[in-house]
Design a protein around this ligand. Structure first.
Ligand code: GEK
Length: 355
């Protein structure tokens, strides 16, 4: 049973003020990972079970390349043939979009140089030491691991794409750190309805009540830092997403929001009429002004932008670990400032705000 793999994480969660979340998270995780939840699930489970046991080695979470048994950090546990076999088994989870990772000498050169974004934000955000962190839309958990590497006490990552959850489980097979999990949930699974009143929360903690018995939605927030990166433009209702993020924070907690922006002055909002950079589900791209306004209207304070970067073909590209199309195929070959549809090329901003 896949959800059993999260048991050590839930034990850790229970020892924090986030304990009221456990019944809800566990129930949804069980449902989403039930047999038949996805056509490829049985294939991924078989791939997970085929991963070899390898003697523990040094775990590295605070450098660009996250992983265990990284070249140069000790005697390699695997010879070239064993590394090739391991690489082949990890390829069952293709495409690897976020990374890079290294597992016992196998370098996973993902589509994105995710470490570049981390470098842009790490000095600007409130220090993560001892914090309870949520990463919404976390992919395979690359940033969740980096948050741990930066001293977070516990990191909950959620992503509705099962392939990425299974990628996390493959990483976890080798890294084995109970302070982090990627659960198969969407943003709205956490936004929920009105916060539970205190006695209902107490009942949930003591296991006397099931979430279903106390109404729809999820328990109250309580996170010190919430990351939402690369998710807002995929949401049809941006205001709902932002309001939900605010509710997930404890008072004084920090939101780290990264999203596509329209690199232009003023309050414009671009709604792609069809596809944007070949993506079907891009709903709205605001200017920085407009986005800042949205965050303030949500009731967040100290809203500020700490980075604006045009995405380049060095940061997002096809590799041996992601063999589909990538940024170069999404841009106008004659003008890299335009997408193939003729829209402004992807530019991303990182904003910080506090509840
Ligand atoms: N409703 C939803 N709720 C939560 N997640 C969702 C939802 N819909 C899609 N996703 C997930 O949001 C992620 C968007 S990628 C960002 C990854 C990482 N954060 C990054 O910053 O690299 C986009 C990018 O490449 O920037 C995917 O993993 C989806 O499965």
């Amino acid at each position: 049973m896949l959800e059993q793999l999260f048991a050590p994480f839930f034990q850790r969660l229970d020892a924090t003020r986030l304990a009221p979340w456990r019944p809800w998270l566990q129930r949804l995780t069980r449902e989403r990972l039930s047999p038949g939840a996805h056509g490829d699930l049985a294939h991924w489970i078989a791939a997970l079970e085929a991963l070899p046991w390898i003697a523990p080695a040094e775990v590295v979470l605070d450098r660009a390349c996250v992983g265990v048994g990284i070249c140069g950090t000790g005697k390699p546990a695997l010879d070239a043939a064993a590394r090739a076999r391991l690489a082949q088994r990890l390829d069952a989870f293709h495409p690897w979009r976020k990374g890079p990772f290294c597992l016992h000498g196998v370098h996973i050169d993902s589509e994105w140089r995710s470490d570049w974004k981390w470098t842009r934000l790490q000095r600007a955000i409130a220090p993560l030491h001892g914090r309870l962190v949520l990463d919404l839309g976390c992919g395979n958990g690359y940033y969740a691991y980096r948050a741990l590497g930066a001293g977070a006490a516990l990191v909950l990552g959620v992503d509705p794409t099962l392939r990425f959850v299974l990628q996390f489980l493959a990483l976890d097979h080798f890294i084995r750190d109970a302070r982090v999990a990627v659960l198969p949930l969407a943003d709205t699974d956490l936004f929920g309805a009105p916060p539970l009143v205190t006695d209902q929360v107490t009942d949930l903690v003591r296991g006397r009540a099931d979430r279903a018995a106390v109404g729809p939605g999820a328990p109250i927030g309580g996170f010190d830092t919430v990351f939402s990166m690369g998710v807002l433009y995929h949401r049809r209702d941006a205001a709902q997403h932002l309001a939900g993020l605010r509710r997930l924070l404890r008072p004084g907690g920090e939101l780290v929001l990264e999203t596509l922006i329209l690199d232009a002055p003023g309050d414009g909002l671009f709604r792609p009429p069809g596809r944007y950079a070949k993506m079907r589900n891009v709903h709205a791209i605001p200017t920085l002004n407009r986005l800042t306004g949205w965050l303030s209207e949500t009731g967040l304070r100290r809203v500020r932008c700490v980075d604006v970067t045009r995405t380049t073909g060095e940061e997002q590209r096809a590799t041996a670990w992601m063999r589909f199309q990538s940024l170069a195929d999404f841009l106008d070959p004659a003008d890299a400032c335009r997408t193939v549809e003729g829209h402004p090329a992807p530019t991303r901003a990182i904003l910080l705000a506090e509840r």
